[in-house]
Write a protein that binds this ligand. Structure first.
Ligand SMILES: [Zn+2]
Length: 278
């Protein structure tokens, strides 16, 4: 079946994205309206002039800070790029072609027009993978050495599919980030949106991996981390652990985590795979 991103976006992501955009747009409209109201309807008295001057001064400062933030961001991007190209290993046809082939094939399956640049770096044992965008439309994926060492190639396919999912689903969209910026001041909402996005990307990773054992065990490996135990892992037993997670821990975890707990991710993915065979 051809890939359809709309079918993979989790209902929670749709809800939190809508709330985030609605709050963001309302916040910007409120601020701009307030600014225009003060400028146009403040009486031309001495007190009124003081208020207008204060508002204009504050607005000027806001634009100065925005300008500074843009300059700092541009410098940071160049520093990060220099660090990546100077210290990480770029995956391509000449370098680890079997991993590049997975990225190329997965990108094609997900309808990406360009293949993201993929880097592997020495994480000193930390298992991780992430998607990023620095400037423009250029897409990147970083994989740590620990995840490459621990996972087999089928599990890596799931991980790469998950990270590509962040690109395909528009999670790194600059305009969304700007529009949804006011949400950073709403407690718990950014965390909830982030967790919902992870569920979406697990589904996309599974679409690419095309095998629930590979997908679920790739998630379990994030908890296990041992290459030696990889082929012995039982993701069904890991799934059953979900029932043993205390409600208090669940509540705490739900509030402050950018990622759902791994037992929940496995449980959600298995439910999804049962309902939606590829
Ligand atoms: Zn993710």
């Amino acid at each position: 079946m051809p890939f359809n991103i709309a079918l993979h976006i989790s209902s929670k992501e749709k809800l939190y994205k809508f709330i985030s955009l609605a709050i963001g747009v309302l916040a910007y409209v409120f601020i701009i309206s307030l600014y225009l109201l003060i400028l146009n309807f403040t009486p031309a008295t001495e007190e009124g002039l003081k208020i207008k001057n204060a508002v204009n001064g504050f607005t000027f400062l806001v634009f100065v800070y925005i300008g500074l933030a843009i300059i700092i961001a541009m410098i940071s991007v160049r520093i990060i790029k220099a660090k990546m190209f100077g210290n990480y290993v770029l995956v391509n046809e000449q370098q680890f072609p079997h991993i590049y082939e997975i990225v190329k094939d997965s990108s094609k399956r997900l309808g990406l027009k360009t293949v993201p640049e993929v880097f592997i770096y020495n994480s000193q044992g930390i298992m991780n993978a992430f998607a990023m965008r620095l400037t423009g439309s250029k897409k990147y994926i970083c994989l740590t050495s620990a995840i490459i060492d621990a996972d087999n190639d089928k599990q890596i396919r799931f991980v790469i599919g998950h990270e590509l999912g962040h690109h395909v689903a528009g999670h790194l969209n600059t305009w969304f980030r700007i529009l949804a910026f006011p949400n950073l001041f709403i407690p718990f909402l950014p965390f909830a949106l982030s967790r919902a996005r992870e569920i979406t990307c697990d589904r996309i990773g599974h679409y690419v991996a095309d095998d629930i054992h590979d997908s679920a065990s790739a998630l379990q490996m994030l908890a296990c981390g041992s290459a030696k135990l990889n082929h012995l892992m039982n993701h069904e037993a890991f799934h059953q652990q979900e029932k043993m997670v205390s409600p208090l821990w669940r509540f705490y975890h739900e509030l402050f985590s950018t990622h759902p707990r791994l037992t929940l991710r496995v449980a959600e993915l298995k439910k999804w795979a049962q309902r939606n065979p590829n």
